[in-house]
Write a protein that binds this ligand. Structure first.
Ligand code: AMP
Length: 316
């Protein structure tokens, strides 16, 4: 169930890195997904659908490894070691937990609290040098580096310190209904996000309803988060400069600007949606891709874990 924020913040960069011939490993993170209570049938289906969405967005099995986190148990084994390395104070600083748990902290799963440790394992186990993520994950990347540095300091060099690979502008796509919050699939208001497989008419409706302000001028200004977010989207899709966009709409109200933005989005997303629908039901092929990714990932991950176990005193 990927949305436009996932695409622009992360998946677009996955494809760019792949196309620049980087050695890329991408993970279907179903273990992270269960930090919120899951419907088993839906979870299984979502793993398959996210694989189809990755392929529809341009990842290719010949060029990238795509695998399923829960099928590579090394991740959870390493995450346990990290649970014992990360300090409570480090995790207490994580703003994502505060955002996601909100006022209902006591009812949040402990998995939601420690999930950055599993994310660190996802990254460090492959000695990743760069991690293409949205701006919201920057803090978790810093935690990952802290974990790696602490282990390297105490037990000798085991891990590579990864760099976040984050675009400057539009790294955080905001909600269309509350532009002070990031676009998120867990938002109960479905008008707040654009799904990668939304129908054209839905895309148009969501953009036309997007919250702006009463100034009615198409100008990108940090004190006007609604219109700024829409201009960012326009810029990322059209590749025009912000100045050129502001000039184009300087004498117009929001309506024509939003109509053009909706058209840009529709033109951009409809081929992705068509490709997604063409491959989504081919479970045999999707399962084959995931299984071959799992085998590769498991072999690489085990080498790192064995080295760490040796250094930290586990009898192998
Ligand atoms: P999540 O949807 O939280 O599982 O995030 C998956 C990936 O999408 C991560 O790399 C996030 O940084 C990125 N991402 C999620 N939401 C946004 C957003 N609103 N803007 C930019 N990137 C995002």
């Amino acid at each position: 169930n990927l949305h436009l924020g996932n695409y622009l913040g992360a998946v677009k960069r996955f494809v760019e890195l792949q196309d620049a011939n980087a050695m890329c490993i991408y993970c279907l993170v179903d273990l992270h997904a269960i930090t919120n209570w899951q419907d088993p049938k839906e979870l299984r289906q979502n793993t398959i659908e996210v694989t189809a969405a990755f392929l529809a967005c341009g990842l290719r099995q010949e060029n990238s490894i795509i695998f399923n986190q829960s099928q590579v148990p090394t991740h959870t084994e390493l995450a346990w070691i990290f649970n014992c390395v990360t300090r409570m104070g480090w995790l207490n600083r994580m703003t994502q937990f505060k955002d996601k748990a909100g006022k209902d902290k006591e009812n949040a799963s402990s998995g939601l609290f420690i999930y950055p440790n599993l994310m660190a394992a996802d990254i460090l186990v492959y000695k990743a040098t760069h991690v293409p993520v949205g701006n919201d994950q920057k803090q978790h990347l810093e935690l990952t580096r802290d974990i790696a540095a602490r282990i390297n300091h105490h037990f000798g060099a085991v891990f590579t310190l990864p760099e976040p690979y984050i675009r400057k502008r539009g790294a955080r796509i905001m909600s269309l209904q509350d532009p002070d919050k990031k676009m998120s699939k867990s938002d109960p208001n479905h008008n707040s996000y654009i799904g990668l497989t939304d129908q054209d008419s839905i895309i148009k409706k969501k953009i036309m309803k997007a919250v702006t302000d009463s100034q009615a001028s198409v100008v990108s200004d940090s004190s006007r988060p609604g219109i700024r977010n829409l201009i960012d989207l326009y810029q990322l899709l059209s590749h025009d400069s912000i100045d050129a966009i502001e000039r184009r709409y300087q004498h117009s109200s929001y309506k024509p600007f939003k109509e053009d933005l909706a058209d840009l989005l529709i033109n951009f997303l409809s081929p992705i949606r068509e490709k997604f629908h063409a491959i989504r039901d081919d479970h045999t092929e999707l399962t084959r891709i995931i299984t071959s990714g799992n085998e590769y990932a498991q072999a690489r991950a085990q080498t790192t874990l064995d080295r760490l176990k040796d250094k930290t005193g586990f009898a192998l």
